[in-house]
Design a protein around this ligand. Sequence first.
Ligand code: GLU
Length: 287
Amino acid sequence: MSVVTRFAPSPTGELHLGSAYSARVAWQWAREAGGRFLVRVEDTDIRRCRREYETAMLEDLRWLGLDWDGEVRRQSDHFADYGRVLDELDGRGLIYPCFCTRADIAREIAAASSAPHGAPHGPDGPLYPGTCRHLSNEERQRRVADGVEFCMRLDAARAAEQAGPYAFVDETQGRIEGQPLLMGDFVIARKDTPTSYHLAVTVDDHLQGVTLVTRGEDLLPSTHVHGLLQKLLGYAAPQYAHHRLLTDPTGRRFAKRDKDLTIRALREAGKTPQEVFALIDAFPVSA
Ligand code: GLU
């Protein structure tokens, strides 16, 4: 089977050293295997993403010589694909509308924290307490008719039951048993878009025939829920290679806020692509 990898940046800022490193990991796996390297623009967060950043990122990738195969897929052009999958999950009784505001959720969590078992935690802090999972259909319809904004959440316990056990393989860590409840009832469609990061990534990796997902190890928890969605939807699970994150000498990760370490800034300062890669190779990676 031919290797297909992808680099999937969100255009919320300029390409920096950390993301260029990540792009090169995916590019290298594909090129060494004589496979395909895809680029996908993950712009479902329409409030934060900008077309100018997308154009700049693609230009920077090209300048670095990280050439990609085929068309760039832009997620905001494919909402209908995600909508179809949402409808399927809905038909199977696996998703529900959630009308909670951030303040509602914080209040529920604070109340649960004083209970004997406390509020359940996930990798990013307390999990959604499940308030809206218990609403009656009539109540849901009433709130929708009243124009209350809502997102959609996956009923993780029910999904785990329908999916059954699953596992995924990471190139360095080997076989990892899927933990379907790791992120609780996560958001599967946001209030402002008919999808979420988790849904769009899972659907796209499947539709694009991605065989090896390379991405930062900070996204390992997400892989557990992507595995759950793949199992539910009957998609073949890709292999994974979670890579370490490039850090500055103090151990801090690069982020879009590090303006002087964008590829653009380095290029304008007269560096060549070779010098940029040499710089990347000189930085430490997370322990
Ligand atoms: N769009 C994500 C990001 O920029 C990466 C998603 C992925 O590789 O699955 O962090």
